[in-house]
Write a protein that binds this ligand. Structure first.
Ligand SMILES: [Zn+2]
Length: 411
């Protein structure tokens, strides 16, 4: 394929992805406000539904503006050859090509982060604030950004350096060599996330002794799931939205409950939420999603190895000779439709796993308190009780509330 054809292919992929994403969002936003089902009548009022719709529409409009902005920006970069221009400018510096590549990505990442900053700000301090979710202060917002940057420089920069070094020095074999490193890294993050990374952003305190802890421990024993590490996280520092999750394997596993979750639910519901999480563990969902992610990364690296040495891709993006960094940018764009298809598969699997974890909680503990917990959670977060089925198919990692309730509340 000539560089000119490749350039228009990139534009085509960009336009296609943008249209698909926005059409699905539009369909979902236009889906009518439903009747309140019987089993939600105690939890929801007409005004809750109206508010949820307003929240959804506001997010839709905002997402559309942000999306158009980033779409036009990327389009201009391709059509005007600005990626290539940036690359040629960096080539003027007399440093090792490896560091030229690193500098290129540094500039692209920082540039795109600065551009998205006002959008992040608006989403947090205007939209989330208006609907009462935002608990973040300006100080936390910026200190999160700063810590995020430092973490990106240390961890992301380190990985990127290794990645680029392999490409520059190892040729085509880089893909499987980096794959091994990436796989090791992904496992390590899973093992050490709550111990090392989470504490940079949040405070974790062991759950106090009391009724809740006793109930959790006695449930955990009943399903033969030794559980000593139960932590409470100050999620309320940023948002009123609540959550719970597990991390780590074997004896390193920990469960983290948001303080916002503890405030909003009685002990039985919390045990039920935990039973759902234990279900993920027992059914090996966590292990399998890890395996699948590792395979996906391998596939991506393998495909990247097929295009990264093509000169035409560099020329298509405005470069004047072969450049690995330009080819990586081009590949990321070409890969996005594949990544969308893979994402649909992952979401489908994830929804199936959610049903399985719900069923586990229902059979080992009880379905009712989990159903109650889900109702409270979804009303509080103004979640959509009537999403468009196509939107669910593509984007939902969890089944819609009503489908989960149907199974949980079935006798
Ligand atoms: Zn789940």
């Amino acid at each position: 394929m000539s560089s000119e054809e490749l350039k228009y292919l990139l534009v085509g992929v960009l336009v296609f992805g943008f249209l698909v994403r926005k059409t699905l969002k539009l369909l979902n936003a236009k889906n009518p406000i439903p009747q309140i089902p019987q089993n939600l009548s105690e939890y929801l009022s007409e005004s809750n539904l109206k508010e949820a719709k307003a929240y959804q529409l506001e997010n839709f409009r905002f997402g559309l503006i942000a999306g158009i902005f980033s779409f036009l920006f990327t389009l201009a970069f391709i059509l005007m050859g600005w990626f290539g221009a940036l690359d040629s400018w960096i080539e003027g510096f007399s440093i090792d090509p490896l560091y030229q590549s690193l500098l290129f990505f540094g500039i692209v990442f920082i540039g795109s982060d600065i551009l998205s900053l006002p959008f992040d700000w608006y989403s947090t301090f205007v939209i989330e604030e208006k609907y009462g979710f935002n608990k973040t202060t300006t100080r936390t917002f910026f200190s999160d950004k700063l810590k995020g940057y430092l973490l990106s420089i240390v961890i992301g920069g380190g990985l990127l350096l290794v990645f680029l070094w392999l490409i520059h020095r190892m040729g085509r074999d880089f893909w499987w060599q980096f794959w091994l490193i990436a796989a090791g890294f992904m496992v390590a993050v899973n093992l050490f996330y709550t111990a090392w990374i989470l504490p940079l952003f949040n405070k974790l305190t062991p759950l106090e002794n009391g009724e809740l802890k006793e109930k959790i421990i006695s449930y955990a024993r009943s399903v033969n799931f030794p559980l000593e590490n139960i932590f409470v996280m100050d999620g309320s520092k940023r948002s009123s939205k609540a959550n719970a999750f597990f991390s780590g394997f074997g004896s390193r596993k920990k469960v983290v409950l948001y303080d916002t979750l503890l405030e909003q639910h009685p002990p039985d519901e919390l045990v039920a939420v935990l039973a759902h999480e234990v279900g993920h563990y027992k059914k090996r969902h966590i292990l399998w999603s890890m395996v699948i992610s590792v395979v996906q990364v391998g596939l991506m690296l393998f495909l990247l190895a097929q295009v990264i040495f093509s000169e035409n891709m560099s020329l298509a993006l405005g470069g004047n000779s072969w450049s690995p960094e330009l080819n990586i940018i081009g590949f990321t764009m070409l890969f996005s439709p594949i990544s969308m298809v893979l994402g649909i598969g992952m979401n489908w699997l994830s929804r199936k796993n959610e049903f399985e974890a719900d069923a586990f909680a229902k059979s080992t503990f009880s379905g009712k308190p989990l159903a109650e917990a889900l109702k409270t959670l979804s009303v509080k977060t103004l979640s959509d009780i009537n999403p468009h089925p196509w939107y669910v198919f593509v984007n939902y990692s969890h089944p819609p509330l009503l489908e989960r309730l149907k199974k949980l509340e079935k006798k």
